[in-house]
Design a protein around this ligand. Structure first.
Ligand code: NAP
Length: 425
């Protein structure tokens, strides 16, 4: 064991997941892996246990099992440890490599760091990954929502989200202004008077490892294309550089017949280009145009890789096209580690009422299964969720949009999915 745990027990019936090759994301998954789980705050208390039940059923129905290790953060962290993010929790996620969490509330007020950001940064989960696909029966604002089948890779550690910024009125912000104006020569660029300043770091290291992750995912999952989405025509030395470094990865690190870096894809169509059959094409697109195309030419896109801010906006917009927050799954990938988590937050006004939709957390678990190579369990989860929704049995959020649907509580809905799992296996 790598750590001593103060207040949680490592389940005796499980085995730890071991790393074979960290850079290659290779893990040795035992028969009954130990998987840390944080149920979460607010509706996490409803959707966490519901998802755990469904994921256990899918694992067992496909010849596996899971030794869940309950760990605590947020409100439950304060109850058990008087801390928001106890060491036991961080250590368990570090040691056991594959974990899942529900939403955590970020307390409002000065001095509170987002627990989600703290977890991602402490364990270097540098890629936020969101598969966005349509589930039959889900209400959507689009005419052809089934055309959506994208996976977004959002860089998780850099960009304007790095937290390097200075508040108006402080001595520090005035020092930065002076440096930028007087030493760097931008003396006519900023208006006089109070100012806030932030810095947008985009590094070669951060950009390349994110794009590498997206390309490896495309290769492993038989995807045709990776689109690098940035605003490099305006922010040439940050966003533009992200695109250049990304294309370098495609061009230099993979054979052409596996990964093909499309030439001049920002400005030229690729109609005349000879793309090797079966190769993953890597192209660049501008972020503003991409937001249009995602709606107008949905089926042309596949895997997207982006700096942090673009990724935040684009992945939410993509999620809206297939039915919104209650069903949108996600995961944070590091090297040979994954922390699955639904996209939604703790929705305090719906908390503890056994009404929230657990689909997003269940499908986040599906992503975890996929990462572990448990494809059969992952497929079973998707099929069972889809059959349940298309039979008209749904939670309140979908019921209010679907005529004739039957409204179920969180627990009942999860039980319905477990029954479908049993029927399908
Ligand atoms: P939110 O918790 O995602 O909820 C916004 C609204 O979305 C809810 O009121 C509800 O809409 C709907 N919704 C979200 N999840 C749902 C589900 N599973 N089933 C059904 N409806 C669902 O966003 P928020 O209110 O902005 O954030 C609340 C707290 O969560 C904040 O403290 C925030 O920092 C935190 N947060 C955490 C994470 C995370 O842990 N990764 C992510 C985002 C936000 P209706 O009211 O229309 O029913």
């Amino acid at each position: 064991m790598k750590y001593d745990y103060e207040k949680v027990e490592v389940p005796a019936e499980g085995q730890p997941i071991e790393v074979i090759d960290e850079d290659a994301d290779e893990l040795d998954i035992p028969e009954t892996p130990i998987v840390p789980i944080i149920h979460g705050d607010g509706i996490g208390k409803d959707v966490g246990p519901a998802a755990q039940k469904v994921l256990t059923a899918a694992a067992q129905a496909t010849g596996h099992d899971i030794a869940w290790m309950r760990v605590y953060a947020g409100e439950s962290g304060r109850e058990h440890y008087d801390e928001n993010l106890p060491d036991d929790t961080v250590n368990a996620i570090d040691e056991f490599r594959v974990a899942i969490k529900g939403p955590l509330t970020t307390p409002v007020g000065a001095g509170f760091r987002s627990l989600n950001v703290a977890l991602r940064q402490t364990l270097d989960f540098y890629a936020n990954v969101r598969p966005t696909y349509y589930l039959d029966g889900v209400p959507s604002p689009m005419k052809a929502p089934e055309e959506m089948d994208m996976v977004t890779f959002r860089e998780n550690t850099e960009d304007v989200y790095a937290g390097i910024e200075w508040e108006e009125g402080t001595e520090d912000v005035e020092r930065v202004r002076e440096f930028v104006e007087e030493e760097m020569g931008f003396d006519e660029t900023m208006h006089d008077g109070p100012i806030g300043i932030g810095i947008k770091p985009i590094t070669e290291f951060g950009s390349k490892r994110l794009v590498r992750k997206a390309i490896d995912y495309a290769l492993e999952h038989d995807r045709d294309k990776v689109t690098l989405v940035h605003k490099g025509n305006i922010m040439k030395f940050t966003e533009g550089q992200f695109g250049e470094w990304g294309m370098e990865v495609a061009d230099e690190e993979y054979p052409d017949d596996e990964v093909f870096a499309a030439p001049d894809s920002l400005w030229e169509t690729q109609d005349e280009v000879d793309i090797p059959e079966d190769a993953v094409m890597v192209e660049e697109r501008l972020a503003d145009a991409m937001l249009q195309w995602m709606q107008l030419r949905t089926d042309e896109f596949d895997v997207l890789a982006m700096p942090n801010l673009n990724g935040d906006y684009l992945s939410d917009a993509a999620g809206a096209q297939i039915g919104g927050l209650g069903i949108a799954p996600g995961a944070n990938f590091g090297d040979a580690r994954v922390l699955a988590e639904p996209v939604h937050g703790s929705a305090p006004k719906r908390a503890g009422q056994d009404m929230a939709n657990p689909t997003a957390m269940i499908l986040s678990g599906r992503l975890m299964f996929d990462y572990m190579g448990w494809d059969d369990a992952a497929d079973l989860v998707r099929d069972a969720v889809e059959e349940t929704i298309s039979s008209g049995k749904v939670t309140y959020d979908l019921e209010r949009q679907l005529e004739g649907a039957e409204k179920l509580g969180t627990t009942e809905y999860a039980e319905e999915i477990v029954t479908k799992i049993e029927d399908l296996s």
